[in-house]
Design a binder for this molecule. Sequence first.
Ligand code: NAP
Length: 253
Amino acid sequence: MTTNEQDYKVALVTGASRGIGAGIARAFAAQGYAVAINHSGSHSAQAAASLAADLQQEFGVQAQAFQADVSHFDEAKALIKEVKATWGRIDVLVNNAGITRDGLLMRMHEEDFDKVIEVNLKGTFNCIRHVASIMMKQRYGRIVNISSVVGIAGNAGQVNYAASKAGVIGITKSAAKELAARGVTVNAVAPGFIETDMTDALNEEQQEAIKQRIACSNFGKVEDVACAVTFLASPEARYITGQVLSVDGGMSL
Ligand code: NAP
């Protein structure tokens, strides 16, 4: 099947029960995509299901929640299989699922390092690994991986997170080289500090210190990240691959 034979495209967003992922899911729905909303466990099932219902009602598109812990190879495989079975194709994969387990290097527990790498880096690999054959057969696909300014510049207290997000950039560039000839692009978006649960965890003093390093002097919104993602995922972005687009208010300048 080519993209022309179905009048809507299908986007799978991992970690879409809240925060940036939910904003990205909403942006695809607004453009008429059928949206697969992935979340990791039963604690987020209600949020994912109600987001799906909202998107159906607000935009008249198909939207459905899919539970899978993307850090597990077989769960990621089952997720991709289920989304493909539901809509017959997958045009866009956004690897957004991510966690933090911050701590200074000298005090960081091994399991906190491993867990962040498993979700952020291996989860990204797992989903690309399983979606690649589908997109290559379609001769069309857009993969957008959510990295971070921290993966580019590093950050004290986040060696695990920075390593995972730098690794995501490495996967992006390598996969881009492997998949480009089949019409599949792979790009990354590197957000700076965006207003979500993840940044709400910072105290006021930490938030003020960070804002002083941002040229735009405020945190970004999920919509700022979502519009960069939908652009890179658009058919028109066919000649852009292996790139990292910073959405950080000039923080990395
Ligand atoms: P968030 O509010 O904490 O949401 C994280 C999402 O990931 C949730 O939907 C969560 O769902 C899901 N998730 C976590 N582990 C998962 C797993 N193993 N399998 C599937 N889903 C999983 O985070 P956010 O701030 O929106 O961040 C989204 C992405 O942007 C992350 O990759 C993050 O590193 C990146 N980022 C964020 C910022 C920022 O300032 N917020 C900056 C740069 C980059 P469950 O509740 O079901 O686990």
